[in-house]
Write a protein that binds this ligand. Structure first.
Ligand code: SAM
Length: 190
């Protein structure tokens, strides 16, 4: 057998968590690949809310969403994910069943604009405060760049401190690979 690689495994978790009609959140839309993946899972009766602070990401994702036929079930915000509860309609909060963060910088974009622990953790806390039991948050942690290492350490500290009565926390990581390969943190609300 082949063990699931990191990115396919992140998708597998979301596939298990999400069904038609659910609400999903793409917390770092980048070029929009995850946004479209989530839209395909929740379908026209569900909805995906996407966040990115960069205009390029919003433009690239809007185009991909349009070309994939998902315009009606996707809403994009050029805002930090740290504002997600303010921006996602309140009536949708408890219907959020899955969220993804692909941390780091925009592929092909400005490598100086990266996700930061403070806003990442703020967004995770907001999601955990409203999500129902068994909803999941998947974080793909890229830590090859200096700020990524700071974010990784802060995140690992934060998630290991989460009360086990409130969440299951999984780390999925290939331990013998060189050059800081990405790894997954998955949080299931209990
Ligand atoms: N999932 C994306 C894809 O499929 O192309 C890749 C995401 S990329 C690794 C990380 C993205 O996070 C960048 O586009 C960056 O602009 C965005 N970002 C950084 N800080 C953010 C924040 N506070 N809120 C939302 N997005 C942020």
């Amino acid at each position: 057998m082949k063990l699931d690689r990191v990115l396919p495994y992140s998708k597998k978790i979301l596939k298990l968590a999400l069904a038609e009609g659910d609400i999903a959140v793409d917390c770092t839309i980048g070029n929009g690949h995850d946004t479209v993946f989530l839209a395909d899972l929740v379908g026209q009766s569900g909805h995906v809310y996407g966040f990115d602070i960069q205009k390029e990401a919003i433009i690239a994702t809007s185009e991909l969403v349009l070309n994939s036929g998902f315009t009606d079930c996707v809403t994009l915000f050029q805002e930090s994910h740290a504002r997600l509860l303010e921006l996602i309609p309140k009536t949708e909060h408890s219907r959020i069943r899955g969220a993804i963060f692909n941390l780091g910088y925009l592929p092909g974009g400005d490598k100086e604009i990266v996700t930061l622990a403070e806003s990442t953790i703020a967004a995770v806390e907001q999601l955990l405060s409203v999500m129902e039991k068994e909803a999941v948050i998947v974080l793909v942690v890229y830590h090859g760049h200096p700020e990524g290492q700071v974010e990784r350490d802060a995140l690992l500290d934060y998630v290991t401190g989460l009360d086990q009565k409130k969440a299951h926390v999984l780390q999925y990581r290939f331990m013998n690979q060189v050059n800081n390969p990405p790894f997954i943190i998955a949080i299931e609300k209990k």
